[in-house]
Design a protein around this ligand. Structure first.
Ligand code: ZN
Length: 142
């Protein structure tokens, strides 16, 4: 799935392309502005990455966290999270760093969003134009 995005064969709301590292909007966001940072080259677990690529992945995640805070998306703080392997809830077998914006007092809204996950997976993802709009706002804050 992420290899297809990296190859330009699947749609994505791209935020940045640093050669070895790409960042785009999660199509099933936990919160508006939820980003995924991925290595272009396929790897399943973070331990499969070279140290250089792992460092670049983390560095882009930190940069995007700052952009989220500076954006208009209402972000006070950020989760930087990797589910490393299927027993740790990794659903796409290609390394991805979640960068999830949080706002003070949003716990109820986040909980409601996560509770809807199975329903949203049945009825589809967030519309592409909305994701493209969020990507544009984050890019503007980079
Ligand atoms: Zn892949």
């Amino acid at each position: 799935m992420f290899c297809e995005i990296a190859a330009g064969q699947a749609p994505a709301s791209l935020v940045l392309d640093r050669g070895e590292i790409l960042a785009f909007m999660d199509i099933h966001p936990w919160r508006p502005g939820h980003l995924l940072v991925v290595p272009r080259r396929h790897a399943v677990r973070v331990g499969d990455l070279t140290g250089e690529v792992a460092a670049a992945l983390w560095s882009v995640g930190i940069e995007l966290a700052a952009a989220l805070r500076a954006s208009n998306l209402g972000c006070d703080d950020v989760h930087l999270l990797v589910n490393d392997g299927p027993a740790a809830a990794q659903t796409v077998p290609h390394v991805h760093l979640h960068v999830v914006p949080r706002a003070r007092g949003d716990l109820w809204r986040l909980g409601a969003r996560l509770a809807q996950q199975p329903v949203r997976r049945l009825f589809g993802a967030v519309a592409r134009d909305i994701l493209d709009g969020h990507a544009e706002q984050i890019r503007a804050a980079l």
